[in-house]
Design a protein. Structure first.
Length: 361
């Protein structure tokens, strides 16, 4: 579902190469400068058009959406002093979320996982460079606007975002990435509840496939959410001064959200496992029920088959006027056939009565 993109073994470190499965749409570069009084949003075609960050001035948020223009990525790294290894990690998609400190900035990787309208689950890697007075974010897809709600908060000056620094902006983006998983988990929980009822009422192989898909999705979610908690914890204990005390209060709330998501993931994994066990038990019980009925039917016909076999031997009880008293005299009885059928019926009825008394039927 979510695969890791890497360079060929033996490739020189800090090699920049465009991933194969990213959109070929032209990347979009834009920046946003803001403080309490001003808000400037502009889309540019060159990194040279981006203003320099001012540590004590307005916050500068630079967004690069798309990974096909390597020259633009290199220029961005040169302008802000990003390490080449960090730029290489930007292009290695599907990575484990992490935070790495450098001399004058922090490098973060997070995974945006969301539920699309088509029902599919999408993943997008978001890379962040947090420095004094600036935040640079790099995303895979130039078409989707992942952080549209954050832009709206900036335009409407809602909450604390225009009053705080770049570290609070990084928190807002991380919080949006974490909270995107709640709707997906809610939908997943509803699916598991439906499967729970269906597995008990009418288990089928289709339910096994659906349970397997749920368990695999939960495994991938756990792979990304667990290290996200470590990333936020590292920011809470940051000693570089890039994350201020005021922002750490909000990061604690984001950390709580990751804990809640992990609890939901573990609970849903237990539910999926329980449903799978319930399916296997239901199938086993149904098989046992069928085998019991078939065994009872076979038991009823065993004595009937025995009698039919005895009378089917057709030994003669006389020949050439000579009588053989030890052979089967019933063969020539005028009521032999109905008597044999009646006897078989009585034996079958008695067995059915006996099996019901024993509650085997």
């Amino acid at each position: 579902m979510f695969r890791f993109v890497y360079h060929l073994p033996g490739t020189e470190p800090a090699t920049l190469a465009t991933p194969n499965d990213v959109s070929n749409t032209t990347p979009r570069l834009r920046y946003t400068r803001y403080d309490r009084e001003i808000l400037e949003e502009k889309e540019v075609s060159s990194v040279a058009d981006i203003p320099n960050p001012t540590p004590n001035g307005p916050v500068l948020w630079v967004e690069l959406d798309g990974l096909t223009n390597l020259d633009m990525l290199r220029d961005l790294g040169s302008k802000f002093g990003f390490h080449p290894l960090a730029l290489e990690d930007v292009l290695n998609l599907g990575q484990r979320p992490k935070v790495e400190p450098y001399e004058d900035h922090l490098f973060l990787i997070a995974q945006m996982i969301s539920d699309e309208e088509s029902g599919a689950v999408s993943r997008e890697q978001v890379s962040m460079f947090l420095g004094k007075g600036f935040l640079v974010t790099i995303e895979e897809d130039p078409i989707t606007d992942t952080f549209h709600p954050i832009h709206e908060r900036l335009r409407l000056a809602r909450g604390m975002i225009r009053k705080m620094g770049a570290d609070y902006l990084a928190y807002a983006l991380l919080d949006a990435i974490v909270d995107h998983k709640f709707p997906l988990l809610e939908k997943l929980g509803e699916s598991l509840d439906e499967l729970d009822d269906q597995v008990v009422a009418n288990p089928s192989i289709q339910h096994v496939h659906e349970l397997h898909d749920c368990k695999r999705l939960l495994t991938h979610l756990r792979r990304f959410v667990w290290p996200e908690r470590e990333v936020i914890s590292a920011l809470l204990h940051d000693e570089t001064g890039l994350v201020r005390k005021e922002s750490k209060v909000y990061l604690r709330d984001c950390y709580d959200h990751t804990v809640q998501i992990m609890d939901l993931i573990e609970s849903y994994r237990d539910v999926a496992t329980t449903n799978m066990d319930m399916y296997l038990s239901s199938v086993g019980m149904r098989t046992n029920e069928i085998m019991r009925v078939l065994t009872v039917i076979s038991s009823i016909f065993i004595p009937l088959t025995f009698l039919a076999g005895i009378w089917g031997m057709n030994f003669q009880n006389e020949k050439d006027g000579e009588t053989f008293p030890l052979n089967m005299p019933e063969l020539h009885h005028r009521l032999g056939y109905p008597l044999a059928l009646g006897l078989m019926l009585l034996i079958a009825l008695f067995q059915v009565y006996y099996f019901r008394r024993k509650k085997w039927l």
